[in-house]
Design a protein around this ligand. Structure first.
Ligand code: ZN
Ligand code: ZN
Length: 404
């Protein structure tokens, strides 16, 4: 019996799960793989699922879909909107929503497997379908690798993945080279000396130190990075003090940094460290600031030769005008660890899930940013059709490009 992909999508959408908690999702995947008669391994990297379909001797193509949802309260008003709650890593009860569309990714990979199994005698090689947990924590692919996914399953000759985005339905965005930025999350603790708010001369004020540091960090992109290059330095969180008449002993900044490649990463990190330490020194601090890297995501770099094959496969199926270069996205992904660790080429593309008429109207009015909800928005809502059909088809034709 054929898989009911719409029913699978709606079910996953109604039951989103936070990173590394995707147990129900993994159960749905296991059930459907069982129906398709595809052997699989569960519990890879905690909640990941890996399925393998072998036809005959030939290349190994990895198809990757991420499974996790986000702590976002859904506001789409859709009949299948999520009302789910979850517990975040800090123990807080939070709303949960598939606000990044990973439910669409899982659905399409199941649909593609169904098609590829049914046509097994038309192609040769092996397909490894990787249902990955915890992309939103940037930790799921590393967890699967640490758990031995590259040792227990055929190593890839190419790694393929896709992400649903607010492009018009029917449009695919892919480019050779850097497709998504590298990213680091840093926590910087500025150490001062606390005291009475009326006696600032007896203290080293970390609030003023933090303010100066935040402003000076903005000059990295505006004054130190070549205007032709891309970099982002965001201070997304700043915490210090509890009361107006107490000068606190420390301040904490949380930084999100983005860059296109490893060289730019090294340069920006060096500048951040230089400024943080220099501002502490300028404040007369006795103690060096403490800089901790919370997470690191590599750049998502599409292999030029493999990308050319993906572009031609998508163009042959959907039309040349349907495949565009979307430019580099400053968001980040952890899919490329699979390629980096195995030495295989990677191709990661975006596909559109927005009503083309609504997209064209917003574009004409110059209100794309306001009117078309993006990933992570509480209003993010890909069209079910034809997004599922296009996502399935894209995986099938690109996999076949390497397997035929
Ligand atoms: Zn996301
Ligand atoms: Zn995502």
């Amino acid at each position: 019996m054929a898989l009911d992909l719409e029913a699978i999508y709606v079910d996953l959408h109604k039951h989103p799960e936070l990173s590394f908690q995707e147990t129900r999702t993994a159960g749905v995947i296991a059930e459907k793989l069982g129906e398709l008669g595809i052997p699989f391994e569960e519990g890879v990297g905690k909640t990941g699922v890996v399925a393998t379909v072998t036809s005959s001797e030939g290349p190994v193509v990895w198809l990757r879909a991420d499974m996790d949802a986000l702590p976002v309260p859904e506001q789409t008003g859709l009949p299948y909107a999520s009302t789910a709650r979850g517990t975040d890593p800090a123990g807080n009860d939070v709303p949960v929503m598939h606000a990044c569309g990973h439910d669409m990714h899982v659905t399409c990979l199941l649909g593609a497997l169904e098609r590829l199994v049914a046509t097994k005698d038309e192609w040769s090689g092996t397909i490894v379908a990787v249902f990955q947990p915890a992309e939103e924590h940037g930790a799921g692919s590393k967890a699967m690798i640490a758990d031995g996914v590259l040792e227990r399953h055929p190593r890839p000759d190419v790694v393929l993945g896709q992400h649903v985005t607010p492009l018009p339905a029917g449009v695919f965005g892919v480019r050779p080279g850097t497709q998504m930025a590298a990213s680091d999350g840093l926590t910087v603790t500025l150490l001062g000396r606390g005291g009475h708010g009326s006696r600032p001369h007896a203290t080293i004020d970390p609030v003023v130190m933090a303010a100066a540091t935040i402003m000076r960090l903005q000059t990295i992109v505006s004054r130190e990075v070549d205007p032709r290059d891309v970099a982002v330095v965001t201070v997304g969180s700043v915490h210090a003090g509890l009361k107006n008449n107490i000068i606190p002993a420390e301040a904490t900044l949380e930084l999100s940094l983005r860059y296109p490649d490893d060289e730019a990463r090294a340069r920006v990190l060096e500048k951040v460290e230089r400024i943080v330490r220099a501002e502490a020194q300028a404040s007369g601090a006795d103690d060096e600031p403490v800089i901790v890297t919370d997470h690191t995501l590599p750049p998502t770099i599409n292999d030029p030769a493999a990308t050319a094959r993906v572009v031609s496969a998508l163009a042959a199926r959907f039309g040349t005008d349907s495949v565009v270069d979307p430019g580099m996205f400053t968001g980040s992904e952890d899919v490329s660890w699979f390629a980096r660790e195995s030495g295989a080429p990677l191709v990661f593309w975006f596909w559109g899930g927005v009503d083309p008429a609504a997209f064209a109207a917003a574009q004409a009015a110059g209100t794309l940013e306001r009117d078309i909800p993006t990933n992570h928005s509480p209003l993010f809502a890909p069209l079910i059709h034809p997004t599922i059909e296009n996502g399935v088809e894209a995986l099938v034709v690109t996999a076949r490009e390497f397997l035929d």
